[in-house]
Design a protein around this ligand. Structure first.
Ligand code: SAM
Length: 243
């Protein structure tokens, strides 16, 4: 039986989900967002090359063969429209980048940008990152994890939907190599404080700064960051290293 806290909205979404991805509380709401003709073409023509099937298969992914080479692995969770992922991949051709995003038009946008910029070092999964990380990523695999402007779920009754919670952080830490980085940025101060506290509490993580890190020059300004800045929000970067 499902916990009583599961909302009706997520019940009805869950009914449309494959059984394996039915989590009681999820960090996202699948938006209906219309797919442009170009994004539809990307799904048809580019997904076979750039896309990685998500959670139907339960074997851990071997990332090297997906790229045709072994290289440090950077994973971005919830990349939105993927602009930051493309910018980082272009700036670091020596690294392999994997993005996970549930929003299909966003995945289409990312694939179109990869095609336009001739980016060869990006692969994408369109699935719930929690399930992907549980099922398809082996321990000690990731060199760098990026979570840029995860949904802050500001209402107290929605806090349980927040992606960054102790159990998910423990999972991330298992999947990170020793010395790997976990970089979170948010424009919601109370979430920043919460994230800082959760990461500080994990004994396998150490802060690279006293509290918040200065904004690193390499981090692109994302769509949600721009939106937050227009609303007068501050921005907080939190960067921890796996011991
Ligand atoms: C607030 S948006 C930020 C997007 C982008 N990083 C930016 O800064 O513009 C959060 C994104 O995370 C995605 N997301 C939330 N939970 C997710 C999950 N469990 N797995 C994959 N994507 C998720 C949402 O679909 C959404 O696109």
């Amino acid at each position: 039986m499902r916990p009583a806290s599961t909302s009706l909205a997520s019940e009805s979404q869950d009914a449309a989900q494959p059984a394996h991805s039915r989590r009681a509380v999820r960090s996202f709401v699948v938006r209906a967002g219309r797919m442009t003709a170009a994004q539809q073409r990307a799904w048809r023509d580019l997904w076979p090359r750039l896309g990685v099937e998500g959670t139907d298969d339960e074997s851990p992914l071997d990332f090297g063969p997906l790229f045709g080479r072994d290289a440090p692995l950077v994973l971005e969770v919830g990349f939105g429209n993927g602009e930051s992922l493309v910018t980082l991949a272009l700036a670091h051709p020596e690294r392999n980048f994997v993005g996970i995003e549930v929003h299909r038009p966003g995945v289409g946008h990312l694939m179109l940008r990869c095609e336009a910029e001739r980016v060869g070092n990006v692969r994408v999964l369109c699935d719930d990152a929690v399930v992907v990380l549980q099922r398809r990523v082996a321990d000690a695999t990731i060199d760098e994890l990026l979570l840029y402007f995860p949904d802050p779920w500001p209402k107290k009754r929605h806090h349980k939907r927040r992606l960054l919670q102790p159990a998910f952080v423990a999972l991330l830490v298992e999947r990170m190599k020793r010395g790997a980085y976990l970089h979170v940025a948010t424009d919601w101060q109370e979430y920043a404080e919460y994230v800082l506290a959760v990461l500080k509490n994990n004994p396998l993580l150490e802060n690279t700064a006293m509290d918040y890190a200065p904004r690193p020059a390499y981090r692109p300004q994302t769509k949600f960051e721009t939106r937050g800045l227009k609303l007068g929000h501050g921005v907080w970067d939190v960067i921890f290293k796996r011991r």
